[in-house]
Write a protein that binds this ligand. Sequence first.
Ligand code: SAM
Ligand code: SF4
Length: 456
Amino acid sequence: MLKPMNENYFCKPMTSNTLQKKIFLETYGCQMNEYDSELVRSILKKENFEFVVDELAADIVMLNTCAIREHAHRKVYGRVHSIRHARGQERPVMIGILGCMATNLRQDLLEDRSLKIDFIAGPDSYKRLPQLIQEASCDGQKSYDVTLSEFETYSDVYPSRQEGGVNAWLAVMRGCNNFCTFCVVPYTRGRERSRSPENIVDEVRRLAAEGFKQVTLLGQNVNSYCYDDHDFAYLMDEVSKVENIERIRFSSPHPKDFPDRFLDLMVANPKICKHIHLPLQAGNNRILDMMNRTYTNEDFLNLVDKIRTKIPNVALTTDVIVGFPTETDGEFEDTLEIVTRARFDSAFIFKYSERHGTIASKEYPDDVTEEIKTERIMQLNKIQKEITYQKNLAHVGETQTVLLEPYPEAKNKNLMPGRTDGNILVILPQGPYKGGDMIKVRITAATPHALKGQSV
Ligand code: SAM
Ligand code: SF4
């Protein structure tokens, strides 16, 4: 149960009517965090809080944080200082930290006097936000709830999404049971739990009625979705039956959960995009074992072959971590080799970053120097960039179906972005079409980052 850290018996928290209610919410990290921010908006709007786009006009600033890599974590500390600095002494603002950093670093955040955080809510405590804000409204009082739940899926909250969008994120499960040794997710987001297929399909129907054309089903380990006897293939099939939803994507799966049944469904079902994000993490078997990834590099390449045999036009993307503890030059070369052999369409490459509470942080000293990590990331990026460029070039001359995206006002008005089925960005000239339209596009040129095209 919640216990304010500095109980101040003379201060009476403001009531719901007297509380200042303008909120500025900033989101860091993954798509799941974007989705969680939409949940937070929905929960607080019901309590008459108002969301503003001008940080200086806000009474409360909330940062929805990510604890996956050090980069994200440092950014949040810097941000808190800059928010306080921008206000000065005269215009105080309440600051709340939400998300994975909240669970992971609660004690540090509350005890750091220079940060002066007012309230903290972990990923399973967003329904308590109105109360936490109210309790923190007394000077000097702090409130927090970072309890992890075995049941919370927010299936009763309809996220407050931006109007006029084309793609909607939708979390079908939360948490993770895999305990990869480098990863903080099982500690910050708790155990795996899934929403019922009926509840998810209801939300997708509502999205279709609002004009969304694409849904991206999200989970930390999305293809281990399981509700009663229903697996991820069943769920995808049910979602694809919703009229007016043209495309379905999913992120992020684990390579261990790709039954043939699911791949066969991907082939047979035109609404399921032929794109799989398949995180490799490392190409050396000793490192994969230390990471507790439960597959070898041979298993991974066999899976890549199987996927490409069944779905010849599939786009495969990946995540790789360089500089995991004790990784030698030779072992890193195994990663270069597997990446070269797998020929991913694109890759996110990260330097290993020790995360508080993980198995790796307790058992393996972070002994690869920053210099070596930088060298390895540059080497791998160079190889992958060339592969991506070659793969993009191979699309020149093809005709692809492109789902157009809404285009922010400020950008080049003569151009329009869209995505292929394989999720590659395509830029084409403006024409008699708009965000949300699916059009045929002839690919005319390629760069390492995108394709160019003309509507046909
Ligand atoms: N569930 C997915 C899987 O099984 O691979 C990954 C989701 S994870 C939240 C996103 C990516 O962040 C991972 O694939 C990994 O490459 C990267 N990542 C996670 N922990 C990391 C760490 N401690 N250091 C560097 N990168 C990390
Ligand atoms: Fe983290 Fe993904 Fe491993 Fe789960 S499966 S522990 S989210 S890397």
